[in-house]
Design a protein around this ligand. Structure first.
Ligand code: C5P
Length: 228
């Protein structure tokens, strides 16, 4: 028997990569498969939460009982998070959000011939920064501590040092570090939890096992908050 530690809780999760358009058929993305975010959504639902999953493009099935909203770009993900954040107890940002977007994506396919913007050198792309979704939501945390914000970090080196610095920079109570950058697309992961007391390593295991452990850790932390 598994106690439903998240019964009555609303949890918003971002997952997957984002896709930043260059033109109607091309874009910039990354290797995130969405597996970890979807595992977290499934684990949260199993624990009894009311789960909303805002997902970039992935090939994964929607976990049972989870409300899924599909987006492409970081800006669309930010907008969807803004539309759904009210009343959430927990926000878990697992998505690998593109740091930059193309300033002026072409409304027509860029041609490589016929004097189009392409040509031999390729299009001259200009970039601007995307919003930091997690930091934006964390900055709006109420005095009561809503929503409890959890971030992810994929650092290739010095994770222990960068992880705690990133947690503080993002202004969040809990940050999950992936050990190494070989985790994209894999079924297993090793993670480190950073909170105000230090760090805890969760040894290598399938992403779903780690996701369940993470949900249990979040549940312990929010249950210390009398208002949750
Ligand atoms: O700064 P960095 O991208 O390494 O931070 C990763 C964490 O921040 C992840 O939780 C990710 O989902 C979140 N993030 C975000 N919006 C961004 C960039 C990162 O929510 N634009």
């Amino acid at each position: 028997f598994q106690p439903k530690v998240m019964a009555g809780k609303r949890i918003l999760i971002t997952a997957g990569p984002t896709f930043e358009a260059i033109d109607p058929v091309r874009g910039i993305t990354n290797l995130s498969s969405g597996k970890m975010g979807y595992a977290v959504a499934r684990a949260a639902r199993e624990a009894g939460a009311d789960v909303t999953l805002i997902s970039g493009p992935t090939a994964l099935p929607t976990p049972h009982g989870v409300a899924r909203i599909d987006v492409q770009s970081a800006q669309q993900m930010m907008d969807a998070v803004n539309r759904h954040i009210d009343g959430q107890h927990v926000f878990i940002a697992v998505a690998a959000v593109a740091d930059w977007r193309v300033v002026n994506p072409s409304t027509q396919k860029v041609k490589k011939t016929e004097g189009g913007a392409g040509g031999a050198k390729g299009p001259d792309l200009q970039f601007e920064q995307n919003p930091d979704i997690l930091a934006t939501i964390a900055a709006r945390t109420t005095l009561a501590g809503y929503p409890y914000c959890v971030g992810f970090a994929a650092e290739s080196e010095n994770l222990l040092e960068y992880g705690s610095a990133k947690r503080e920079r993002k202004g969040i109570p809990l940050l999950v570090g992936n050990i190494g950058h070989h985790t994209f697309g894999q079924d297993d992961n090793t993670i480190v939890l950073f909170d105000e007391h230090g760090h805890t390593i969760l040894p290598q295991a399938p992403k779903l096992t780690l996701a369940r452990q993470l949900i249990s850790e979040i549940s312990k932390r929010i249950s210390k908050h009398s208002l949750f």
